[in-house]
Design a protein around this ligand. Structure first.
Ligand code: NAD
Length: 327
């Protein structure tokens, strides 16, 4: 394979554009082409320095790509992933992997059959605050984890093409599209989920929209508990907000990012405000760039991905267990 990964992106919406910005700055990747079904979207982006197609098949036929980055509405992931794998490309696909486990199994089979690799883009795995929590648990510096709380609140999304995000048949709803970030992190930190409960609050003023505010409780095999809150019901002006609290036997980490960032580590009698350190060490790190350059590095140098397809499948299965256990 060339030293640079020759890549094509399919889906030039909210996340596809973010990925393109990253690839354009990456030494290890040549962004060869993009495909989007919507010619108007492409026309708007036509000053980009790569070829544009309205069809994934055509892009695959006309370009000799090493890899494809699938940034399509979730319900279309399986078809695009399998098409690219069949064509001999490695694939990175946005989270959630798919809406159902059976679709994931088809993609995994296709990846094995074609000898091509597949990574799911769970960007939080590349955010320093979650990496810090994972390191604390792995090193046992605060002892055993007991409880994990995470929050992720967004203004009601208005950007998605044909408003697909508001349709559960396309997106799986707020738990599948938004809370899955925190579900994957909770599984990564705490292990095997065993019990599930979820409640969804809807806003009648949003009419037929399926956006919601979700509270999920998950119990893990070693008795740890995660409580996860995620919502798409915030007003337009509300700054996107994420937070977590990890309570361990010997201390607690708290992180929040909204209008500003706050990061503290409390260990026995010591309260350590790490906010300044976070700003100076991590502010310039773009997690999307980290994630996509990790994918390129793993393909070019035959390394293991930091997130396995099994873990990404577990996140989808956890969502579906929560949906089966709504009250
Ligand atoms: N990791 C993150 O932080 C993050 C953030 C947002 C979205 N996502 C995920 O990324 C995926 C895309 O979401 P989005 O918000 O970018 O959606 P979007 O609606 O903004 O963009 C989707 C694009 O795909 C195009 N498209 C639709 N069907 C197509 C087809 N068959 N062939 C070619 N192009 C087609 C649309 O025209 C549109 O431009 C979803 O799976 C979503 O969950 C991840």
């Amino acid at each position: 394979m060339n030293k640079k990964l020759n890549i094509g992106v399919v889906g030039l919406g909210f996340i596809g554009k973010k990925h393109i910005e990253c690839y354009e700055k990456m030494d290890t990747v040549n962004l060869a082409a993009v495909a989007d079904i919507n010619a108007q979207v492409l026309a708007k982006e036509c000053d980009y320095k790569f070829k544009v197609y309205t069809d994934l098949d055509e892009m695959l036929r006309c370009e000799s790509l090493d890899a494809v980055d699938v940034c399509l509405p979730t319900v279309f992931h399986k078809e695009a992933v399998n098409t690219a794998l069949h064509h001999g490309c490695h694939v990175i696909v946005e989270k959630p992997f798919a809406l159902q486990s059976a679709e994931i199994d088809e993609m995994l089979e296709c990846s094995v059959k074609n000898g091509r690799r597949l990574m799911v883009a769970h960007v939080c795995r590349f955010m320093q605050e979650y990496r810090f929590a994972k390191e604390v648990i792995t090193s046992q510096s605060l002892g055993k984890p007991l409880y994990y709380y995470a929050c992720r609140n967004s203004a009601t999304p208005k950007w998605s093409s044909n408003n697909w995000l508001a349709d559960k048949k396309f997106s799986g709803g707020t738990v599948m599209d938004l809370q899955i970030h925190d579900i994957d992190i909770a599984n990564w930190l705490l292990g095997e989920p065993t019990e599930y409960k979820m409640v969804e609050i809807n806003n009648p003023q949003l009419g037929t929209s399926n956006f919601g505010h979700i509270i999920s409780t998950i119990k893990y095999s070693d008795k740890e508990v995660a409580v996860l809150e995620a919502g798409h019901l915030m007003p337009d002006i509300y700054p996107f907000y994420t937070a977590y609290r990890l309570i361990c036997e010997k201390g607690v980490i708290e992180f929040s990012r909204g209008a500003d960032i706050k990061f503290t580590l409390c260990k026995e009698n010591e309260l350590n405000d790490m906010t300044e350190e976070y700003h100076s060490k991590y502010e310039d790190i773009n997690p999307y760039f980290e994630e996509l350059s990790h994918f390129a590095d793993c393909i070019l140098n035959n390394k293991e991905f930091d997130i396995s397809t099994e873990e990404a499948k577990k996140a989808v299965n956890t969502v579906n267990k929560l949906l089966e256990n709504m009250f």
